[in-house]
Design a protein around this ligand. Structure first.
Ligand code: ADP
Length: 619
C-alpha cells in the first residue's frame, strides 16, 4: 500500500488517459521530454536572473537511455529539479482548478475524448501507458537533499530520501510487456525526431552497439551516446528552410495538442526592433478559455532564453486562444514581471503581433472558406470581446465578426450587410436577446421584413453588451430594433385622423397597465402581431435585465419596457368601443404578457396571465 494517496482527479485522469490515448501511447515520450525541457528553461532563467544561482554550473542536456533486459527507459535532465514538497504537489495532485469540470465533461467515448484530453495536456501521467511503475529521482537546484518518488499509477505514491549528484530529475520507467517496444534505439530516435526535434536543448541517446572483427564475428559491444534532435529554436530559423510538418510538430509539443493547428504565422522583424514570433491558432478553442484561471498560451523568450509563459500582458485577453512564442533580442535577460508590464519594447511587439494576426484572420476570411468557417465557429466570441476591449483595433475586428441575419442563411459580416442595404437606408439594424429561433420569430421584425430591411440576428449573450458599446459601423449607426427610436425608417404610424382615433385606446391600455410599463405607444414596427415591447433608448432591454439578474445582480432596479400596439389589429381596434374596465384590464394584460413571452422573457405573474386569458376565451 502506498504511503500517499493520489488526489481523486489524478486517479480519474490516469484512468482516462490510459483508456482514451492508448492507441497513441508513444506521446508519453514527448511529454516527458517537454517536462525536462521546461525544467531546463526554468533553471536557465534563474541562472541569468537570480544571483543566488549564478554559481551553478549549467550545461543543459536531456539524456535518454534504456535497458532491454531490465525493461527500463530513463529520461534525465539537469534542470530545476523537485524537492519533497514539489514531488508531492506536482506528481500527486493536479493544480489546475478547471480539472474537475473538465473531467466531468468527458464522456467515455475514447475517440472523442482523445481529442479533448489532448487539448488538456496529458503530461507526466501519460507515462503510465508504457510503464507499470515509475521512479522519479530528483534534486532541486540549490538544495542538497535528493528524493525518490515511486508509484504504480494505481492508488498513490511513495516518497523517500535518495541520492543524486547534481540538480535535476531522472525519470525511470519500468516498462510493461507492451512498453518494451520503446526500449529500442530506433523507436526512441524516431519518436524524438517526430515530436521533439525542435526542443531547444540537446537530447542525447545512449545505447550499446555491437562490434565485429575483420571476419564479421561479433567481438563485443561499445556504449555510444549520440545527439538525436536538431535543437535549433524553430522560430529563429528561416521560413524557407521549414516545412508545414516542422511547424505542426513543434505546435503539438508546445500546445500539448494531438491535433494539428488550424494555421500558424511566423514573423521575423528586423529593424528598430528585432524579434521573432511564431503563433498558432488551435483547431478547437481551448476548453478552459472562459475560466478565470485560464493560462494564456504565449511564451516570452529573450534571446532564446525562456522568460515566462504566465504573463497576461503578452497578448490582449481577447487573443488568449493563440499559442506560440515571442522571442525578443532587445529586452534584458533579467527583465522582471513588473518591468514587463510597462515595457515599451514589449508593447511594440504586442501591437505588431496583434496587427499581424488580424491581417492573417482577414486573409483567411477572404481566401480560405473552409478554415474560416472553423475559425468563426470557434473564435467569433473572443473576437467580439476584442470589439469591446480593443479600441485601437476596432475597425479591423469589425471586419471579422460574424452574425446571423433575418434575410440570409449562414454567417453575415457588417460589410455583407452594408452591401445589401437599400439605397435610402440610413441605419444598420439588429436585434438581440434570445436564441436565433426566438429572435427570428419576434414581432419586432415584421415591419422591417415587410419593408425589405435586413436585420442582424445577434443571438450571443455578449452581443447585448458589445454592440451598443460599438455604436456604429463605418458611417452607419447601429440601431437595436427592440429599442425606442429605431423605427423612424418604417414610415408614418398612421394618418393623423387614424392616430387621433386610436388615442383613446392607448389611454385605456396605459391606465389599465399602470406602472407595469414605462409607456404605451402606437407602433410602426408591427404588421401581424397585436403588440410588442421595446426598451427606451438608453435603458437595458428586458432580456439584458433578465441576464444580469441570472448573473446574481439582484440589486438592479426593475426598468420597465415600453409597450407598442398595432392599431390595425382587431384585438387592439376592438378596445375602442369597450367600456367594461375589467375586460379592458384583461386585454391590456394579455397584450403585455404575450409580447414578453414571445421575446423569451418570463412573465411576472403567470397565474394572473392565465386567469385573464381564460376569462377572455370564455366570453
Ligand atoms: P504540466 O507539464 O502540464 O504542468 P505534468 O503532469 O507533465 O503537467 O507535470 C506536472 C508538474 O511536475 C510540472 O508542472 C512540473 O512542475 C513538474 N515536473 C514534471 N517533470 C519535471 C522535471 N523533469 N523536472 C522538474 N519538474 C518536473
Amino acid at each position: 500500500m502506498a504511503q500517499h494517496q493520489f488526489q481523486t482527479e489524478v486517479s480519474r485522469l490516469l484512468h482516462l488517459i490510459i483508456h482514451s490515448l492508448y492507441s497513441n501511447r508513444e506521446i508519453f515520450l514527448r511529454e516527458l521530454v517537454s517536462n525536462a525541457s521546461d525544467a531546463l528553461d526554468k533553471l536557465k532563467y534563474l541562472t541569468v536572473a537570480d544571483d543566488a544561482y549564478k554559481n551553478i554550473s549549467f550545461d543543459p542536456r536531456i539524456d535518454i537511455s534504456f535497458n532491454k533486459e531490465g525493461k527500463t527507459l530513463t529520461i534525465a535532465d539537469n534542470g530545476i529539479g523537485m524537492n519533497e514538497a514539489d514531488l508531492a504537489d506536482s506528481l500527486g495532485t493536479i493544480a489546475r482548478s478547471g480539472t474537475r469540470s473538465f473531467l466531468d465533461k468527458l464522456a467515455l467515448d475514447a475517440k472523442k475524448d482523445s481529442n479533448l484530453i489532448g487539448q488538456f495536456g496529458v503530461g507526466f501521467y501519460s507515462a503510465f501507458m508504457a510503464a507499470e511503475s515509475i521512479e522519479v529521482i530528483s534534486r532541486k537546484a540549490g538544495e542538497n537533499a535528493a528524493w525518490k518518488w515511486t508509484s504504480d499509477g494505481k492508488d498513490g505514491y511513495d516518497i523517500e530520501s535518495a541520492q543524486r549528484d547534481t540538480q535535476g530529475s531522472t525519470v525511470i520507467l519500468h516498462l510493461t510487456e507492451e512498453g518494451t517496444e520503446y526500449a529500442n534505439r530506433w523507436s526512441i530516435e524516431d519518436i524524438i525526431k517526430r515530436y521533439s526535434n525542435h526542443v531547444a536543448f540537446p537530447i542525447y541517446l545512449t545505447y550499446d552497439e555491437k562490434e565485429y572483427d575483420d571476419k564479421g564475428k561479433e567481438k563485443g559491444s561499445v556504449t555510444k551516446t549520440d545527439r538525436i534532435n536538431s535543437g535549433t529554436a524553430i522560430w529563429r530559423r528561416a521560413k524557407s528552410e521549414l516545412k508545414d510538418e516542422d511547424y505542426n510538430e513543434f505546435y503539438k509539443q508546445l500546445g500539448h495538442d494531438t491535433e494539428e493547428p488550424l494555421f500558424y504565422v511566423h514573423t521575423k522583424a528586423e529593424g528598430t526592433l528585432e524579434y521573432a514570433t511564431l503563433f498558432y491558432v488551435p483547431k478547437k478553442a481551448p476548453f478552459d478559455m472562459y475560466n478565470a484561471d485560464y493560462k494564456p498560451g504565449v511564451k516570452l523568450y529573450v534571446k532564446r532564453v525562456f522568460i515566462t509563459d504566465d504573463d497576461k500582458e503578452l497578448m490582449p485577453t481577447w487573443l488568449r486562444f493563440v499559442r506560440g512564442i515571442i522571442d525578443s533580442e532587445d529586452l534584458p535577460l533579467n527583465v522582471s514581471r513588473e518591468i514587463l508590464q510597462q515595457n515599451k519594447v514589449l508593447l511594440n511587439i504586442r501591437n505588431g503581433s496583434v496587427k499581424k494576426l488580424l491581417g492573417e484572420f482577414k486573409d483567411l476570411a477572404d481566401n480560405n472558406k473552409e478554415k474560416w468557417e472553423t475559425f468563426v465557429s470557434q473564435y467569433n466570441r473572443p473576437l467580439k470581446e476584442g470589439l469591446y476591449q480593443d479600441f485601437g483595433n476596432r475597425e479591423a475586428i469589425q471586419e471579422l465578426v460574424r452574425f446571423k441575419s433575418s434575410t440570409v442563411e449562414g454567417w453575415t459580416s457588417f460589410a455583407d450587410y452594408a452591401s445589401r442595404m437599400k439605397s435610402d437606408q440610413k441605419h444598420l439594424y439588429y436585434i438581440t436577446g434570445g436564441d436565433e429561433k426566438t429572435l427570428k420569430a419576434s414581432p419586432l421584425l415584421e415591419a422591417y421584413t415587410a419593408k425589405g430591411i435586413e436585420v442582424l440576428i445577434m443571438d450571443d449573450e455578449i452581443d447585448d453588451i458589445v454592440i451598443p458599446s460599438v455604436g456604429r459601423y463605418k458611417e452607419w449607426e447601429l440601431k437595436a430594433v427592440n429599442r425606442a427610436g429605431a423605427d423612424e425608417e418604417l414610415g408614418e404610424k398612421a394618418d393623423k385622423a387614424a392616430e387621433k382615433e386610436i388615442k383613446p385606446v392607448i389611454e385605456k391600455i396605459k391606465k389599465a397597465l399602470g406602472d407595469r410599463v414605462k409607456d404605451v405607444k402606437l407602433s410602426r414596427r408591427l404588421h401581424d402581431s397585436p403588440s410588442c415591447i421595446v426598451a427606451d433608448e438608453n435603458d437595458p432591454t428586458m432580456q439584458m435585465q433578465q441576464m444580469l439578474k441570472a448573473m446574481g445582480q439582484m440589486e438592479m432596479p426593475d426598468i420597465k419596457p415600453i409597450l407598442e400596439v398595432n392599431g390595425d389589429h382587431p384585438i387592439v381596434a376592438g378596445l375602442r368601443d369597450l367600456e367594461d374596465e375589467e375586460r379592458i384590464a384583461d386585454v391590456a394584460g394579455v397584450l403585455l404578457d404575450q409580447a414578453l413571452l414571445v421575446e423569451g422573457i418570463k412573465v411576472k405573474d403567470p397565474a394572473d396571465f392565465v386567469k385573464r386569458l381564460n376569462r377572455l376565451l370564455s366570453r
